[in-house]
Design a protein around this ligand. Structure first.
Ligand code: T5A
Length: 206
């Protein structure tokens, strides 16, 4: 596959959507063919799964195993329908969340068994890893403060302890996979964060 899979990760409100849009415009200005996508919800089936997992009316009593299986189902469909075909066409893919979200949220956040998570990630992805993962690192309090006034989804409504465990998960992942995961200070201004991301992508991918 000739394309590149560029993943954006981080806690709630870290600025992924904002930075992905800016990256999209920047890559297009360089005449690079680029697509934006996300997990959950990058396919038609995935949109339904996202609703089940996150909507305000999402079932609060969804079990932890059901939750991780739904994320894995969304990912399996996303890879077959969206990621593999676009990579084969040589496109750059900007993907909002991928396997590290499952490790951070279901592993560190929920406390599910890591070998189960790694097995499910392997089954869903068939071994497809990102070329680079940008981790937008902001304090949990900062991210949630940015979302003030918005209706919080099922996972955003979790406790501060949950969100802090997720944040710790990203910290440990970045230490474990230094060649794949690059930390970017997400608390800087949008312009500074974007410049830092562009510098990293230029150095690592071009
Ligand atoms: N999930 C996902 C799992 O539990 N397991 C999994 O395997 C997967 C794949 C998905 C949820 O599902 C969970 C994790 C999540 O809980 P999502 O797609 O991340 O949800 O939800 P979104 O609502 O799309 O994303 P976030 O809410 O996390 O927000 P973003 O995209 O990180 O942040 P963004 O860009 O929308 O910015 C938020 C606000 O901050 C401002 C923006 O203008 C906006 O108002 N902002 C800044 N303000 C100051 N300085 C900056 N640098 C700023 N950057 C943005």
């Amino acid at each position: 596959m000739n394309g590149k899979l560029i993943v954006f990760e981080g806690v709630e409100g870290c600025g992924k959507t904002t930075q992905m849009q800016l990256c999209f415009q920047w890559l297009e200005s360089l005449n690079i063919s680029v697509v934006l996508t996300r997990e959950p919800g990058g396919t038609e089936l995935g949109k339904d799964l996202r609703g089940l997992l996150l909507s305000k009316s999402a079932n609060k009593s969804i079990s932890e195993i059901t939750e991780i299986l739904l994320y894995a189902a969304d990912r399996a469909q996303h890879i077959e329908e969206e990621l593999k075909p676009n990579l084969a066409m040589g496109k750059y893919i900007l993907c909002d969340r991928y396997t590290d979200s499952t490790i951070a949220y279901q592993g560190y956040g929920r406390g599910l068994d890591m070998s189960l998570i790694n097995n499910l990630n392997q089954i869903a992805t068939g071994g497809l890893t990102s070329d680079i993962t940008i981790w937008l690192d902001v304090d949990v309090e900062v991210g949630l403060w940015r979302k003030r006034g918005q209706a919080l989804d099922r996972i955003e409504q979790e406790t501060m302890d949950f969100h802090r465990r997720v944040q710790w998960g990203y910290t440990e992942l970045a230490v474990s996979y230094p060649s794949r995961i690059v930390r970017v200070d997400g608390s800087a201004s949008q312009e500074v964060v974007q410049q830092n991301i562009q510098n990293i992508l230029q150095k690592r991918l071009f």
